[in-house]
Design a binder for this molecule. Structure first.
Ligand code: PAF
Length: 294
């Protein structure tokens, strides 16, 4: 029997991945925290067509992780390093480790620290809504891309089976996703508004400054993104997801830590390193951190 896919992070995207793979007959095991409740649980995926798909998932502690054909990480950006590091000794150096979180920083940090492993990063634009502990609704069909960070490699078959495409320049795509998140997430959290509100004229000067600063920081890293391209992308996603509450707004509302460090914090840290001013991103970083510590 084929080895299972191991998945860390049981939020909406993790559960969506598990459900989509189960539909393709691929076994997924979910790895929880040390000491978590283990056992087989029934999960429910409500598909885009509104059908209910039930499947059984083994939940295991990190110490019980079996040999797997790929490890998928769908935690928040700030949880990735702590979640993945203890699992590394249980993985072969060939096993793809696919990081699917928002933001940038942990991907490069892990790949630099453990270059013997087969690191991948990915991004997807699907919508998923978690409904209880083991249930998720697929709310929007998106595009799914993944690419290796250190090696040339073929797309893991389990990702291909659920519609991921190989992107050999995944870092550029991650920069585009970062740009979208850096424009939309902090402002929606600070103004407590759905994404679509940001297309109002009053936000245009701030979005323009964020785009200009981001393009300058990207250029300092050898990544070519024009400011008007960044702005157009941010506005396009804000329009396409007009009714969504961003993940950062949802986190702030729930009193949870946000991914601000891997989004605005990443931009500010690179700006500091390159001696560039990024005052609008810094302002967002400081204000969202202040919101979190309340
Ligand atoms: O983090 C999010 O909420 C999403 O990445 C996005 C694209 C901003 C849509 O809400």
């Amino acid at each position: 029997m084929a080895e299972p896919i191991a998945l860390v992070g049981g939020g909406a995207i993790g559960q969506l991945m598990a459900g989509l793979m189960a539909q393709q007959g691929i076994e997924v095991v979910i790895i929880g925290r040390p000491g978590c409740d283990c056992g087989v649980r029934e999960h429910r995926l409500t598909t885009l067509e509104g059908d209910t798909f039930r499947h059984r998932v083994r939940h295991l502690t990190p110490e019980a992780m079996p040999p797997c054909r790929a490890l998928l990480i769908t935690t928040k950006a700030y949880q990735v390093q702590e979640a993945v590091t203890p699992l590394l000794p249980r993985l072969s150096s060939q096993t793809p480790i696919v990081l699917l979180h928002n933001g940038l920083g942990p991907q490069q940090a892990l790949a630099r620290r453990f270059p013997e492993h087969n690191w991948w990063a990915g991004t997807l634009t699907d919508g998923g809504l978690r409904q209880g502990q083991d249930a998720v609704t697929h709310t929007g069909l998106g595009q799914r891309f993944a690419g290796p960070l250190l090696r040339q490699d073929a797309l893991p078959d389990a990702l291909a089976a659920i519609g991921f495409e190989l992107d050999a320049r995944i870092e550029l795509r991650l920069w585009h996703k970062l740009a979208v998140n850096a424009l939309i997430n902090p402002l929606t959290a600070l103004h407590r508004c759905p994404n679509g509100e940001l297309t109002r004229a009053e936000f245009l000067p701030t979005l323009t400054r964020l785009s200009e600063e981001l393009a300058e920081v990207a250029a300092s890293q050898g990544v070519s993104m024009e400011a008007d391209e960044v702005l157009a992308l941010g506005l396009k996603v804000a329009r396409a997801t007009a009714k969504n509450r961003s993940s950062m707004l949802t986190d702030v509302d729930a009193g949870r830590q946000t991914e601000i460090e891997a989004i605005s914090g990443f931009v500010v840290a690179l700006a500091d390193k390159a001696g560039i001013e990024a005052p609008t991103h810094r302002d967002n970083l400081d204000r969202v951190k202040a919101l979190q510590s309340r």
